[in-house]
Design a binder for this molecule. Structure first.
Ligand SMILES: C[S@@+](CC[C@H](N)C(=O)[O-])C[C@H]1O[C@@H](n2cnc3c(N)ncnc32)[C@H](O)[C@@H]1O
Length: 207
């Protein structure tokens, strides 16, 4: 039987009410490192990481209303205070509403691969979005990506090879224990690992 999803307005931002750049200090009521997950799906990563890193704040953007509603339900049920989520297009949100040097870590896990050549330009990790990602990242801020799609991974490596970025190690350890500060993984990561798919990861730090 399908779960009845509950709405928790306190965890949600309405894209229609945004004016200017977001002030995360106001949104979260404190000054803390902000993690921004692009395409947060059902919110697995947001909730687990927020529970493990209570001193940090977590902000997710998700386009699909079905999984977005699921994420709201999950965030609300766990009553995590350091997570907010918004339903809109991530590229638009970053370009229009995210302030310069305001993000400590951008998380991009299993973004839609758009495998057909003619659709490749829809991939989120592209040259135009990199300009905006570099703008919103703090110095020393990190971009973390994971995908099961080798061709998209090659594109990620190409786009993120940039003089303003240095590559750093990044090994997701799914099924680790988030309460001990270990990587909790995402929904798709768990699914793909269970299927035995190879997962490619990449992390870069802004110089
Ligand atoms: C394959 S799922 C991965 C979800 C999650 N990151 C995970 O690993 O379980 C990709 C998600 O990104 C969302 N998405 C794709 N393009 C987006 C965009 N431009 N803005 C916001 N969300 C987007 C999709 O709706 C989908 O939920």
């Amino acid at each position: 039987m399908a779960r009845v999803l509950k709405h928790y307005p306190e965890v949600v931002l309405d894209p229609n009410t945004l004016v200017g750049r977001l002030d995360f200090g106001v949104i979260f009521g404190r000054t803390a490192p902000v993690h921004f997950e692009i395409g947060s799906g059902k919110g697995t990563f947001l909730v687990n990481e927020a529970r493990a890193a209570t001193e940090d704040d977590f902000f997710g953007v998700e386009w699909c209303s079905k999984v977005y509603r699921y994420a709201i339900d999950r965030i609300g049920r766990w009553a995590v205070k350091n997570v907010r989520i918004i339903r809109t297009d991530a590229a638009w949100l970053i370009k229009e509403h995210i302030a310069d040097s305001s993000i400590s870590c951008l998380h991009i896990y299993f973004p839609d691969p758009w495998p057909k050549k003619k659709h490749n330009k829809r991939r989120f990790v592209n040259d135009a979005n990199l300009v905006e990602m570099l703008r919103v990242l703090k110095p020393g801020g990190v971009i973390r990506c994971a995908t099961d799609h080798s061709d998209y991974f090659e594109q990620m490596e190409r786009v993120l090879t940039n003089p303003q970025l240095e590559r750093i190690d990044f090994f997701p350890t799914s099924y680790a224990e988030p309460d001990k500060g270990e990587w909790a993984g995402t929904n798709f990561e768990r699914k793909y690992l269970a299927e035995g798919r190879r997962i490619y990861t990449l992390a870069v730090r802004k110089r």
